[in-house]
Design a protein around this ligand. Structure first.
Ligand SMILES: NC(=O)CCC(=O)C(=O)O
Length: 289
């Protein structure tokens, strides 16, 4: 009996240490993307703010354009994707739009030839206040993106969100209903919210939609003044299993998205066809007042 090879996408999450030195961050990212490709990765993901420290006080200082003239990070990412021949979800960079001077937290995505396929600007800005623990207000400096994002590969379409976007199930559900095989989130949860929510949210987005979810965080810095990244870059299967993860150290997580397993899950649990949109056609209209 001949066995048919199942179609699987090899994914690598580069949980790298991020410093205040942009050139060094770009060089480290390049080395790790090339290493991931040598280990067979088709898709490589970098962390949120991989080229600069994560913090409201840093965004403007490190911001650079994506278009019309790409800045040094976008150029470096394009070269990495091309030289490694991988799809590259280029983490995020602070992006300034020259015409408006607005700043965004932006994820550029490249194909295997180094072409910029699309960009996702963080849609839900990270504004939280957990008394005595963490206060963060991205909206003090950043503008929010105004579109949902996906890109095409030979394995299927993949959608992109950024960190806090993970908390909003509608984004992932729309991606799944539009046929995406998974969602990828460059992310930087922290030591307050990470242990409580990070894995839970990923598993929830995966089982809600019976598709793959992957996140990529920076490694935790030893500098006590810097943002305390939770790390734990993770890949979750369509039935919510953690397929691969790590701690807060610098490492690259490798895993596979097995498309046959996704189809099996969707046949076993046919929730797609069981939804009652006649009962909940537009949840935004459901407020009591
Ligand atoms: N960088 C972020 O958006 C952090 C999100 C986060 O930590 C959360 O709890 O949500």
């Amino acid at each position: 009996m001949t066995s048919v090879a199942r179609k699987a996408l090899n994914i690598a999450l580069v949980q790298m240490k991020v410093t205040a030195n942009k050139a060094l961050n770009l060089q480290v990212a390049r080395e790790k993307v090339l290493q991931a490709s040598q280990k067979g990765a088709d898709l490589v993901v970098l962390p949120e703010c991989f080229n600069s420290p994560y913090g409201v006080q840093h965004f403007k200082d490190y911001a650079e354009p994506v278009s019309p003239t790409p800045g040094e990070s976008v150029q470096a990412l394009a070269a990495m994707a091309k030289d490694a021949r991988v799809y590259l979800v280029g983490g995020t960079i602070p992006e300034v739009v020259p015409a408006t001077q607005k700043v965004y937290n932006t994820c550029p995505v490249f194909d295997r030839q180094g072409n910029l396929l699309t960009t996702h600007r963080k849609v839900h800005l990270f504004d939280i206040d957990v008394p005595g623990k963490i206060t963060f207000k991205e909206s003090a400096v950043l503008s929010a993106g105004d579109h949902l994002t996906q890109f095409q590969t030979e394995f299927g379409a993949i959608a992109v969100g950024i960190c806090y976007d993970l908390r909003f199930p509608e984004m992932a559900m729309i991606a799944a209903r539009q046929g995406c095989i998974g969602m990828v989130y460059p992310a930087a949860f922290n030591t307050t919210t990470g242990p409580v929510f990070f894995e839970l949210l990923q598993r929830a987005r995966a089982v809600d939609n019976l598709f793959y979810v992957a996140t990529c965080s920076p490694a935790r810095s030893e500098d006590p003044k810097s943002y305390p990244a939770w790390g734990h870059s993770t890949v979750v299967s369509p039935i919510g299993e953690v397929l691969a993860t790590c701690g807060h150290e610098e490492t690259t997580v490798h895993s596979q998205w097995d498309l046959g397993a996704m189809e099996e899950a969707r046949t076993s649990y046919p929730i797609y066809h069981q939804r009652r949109f006649d009962l909940y056609p537009d949840v935004s209209q459901s407020n009591k007042n």
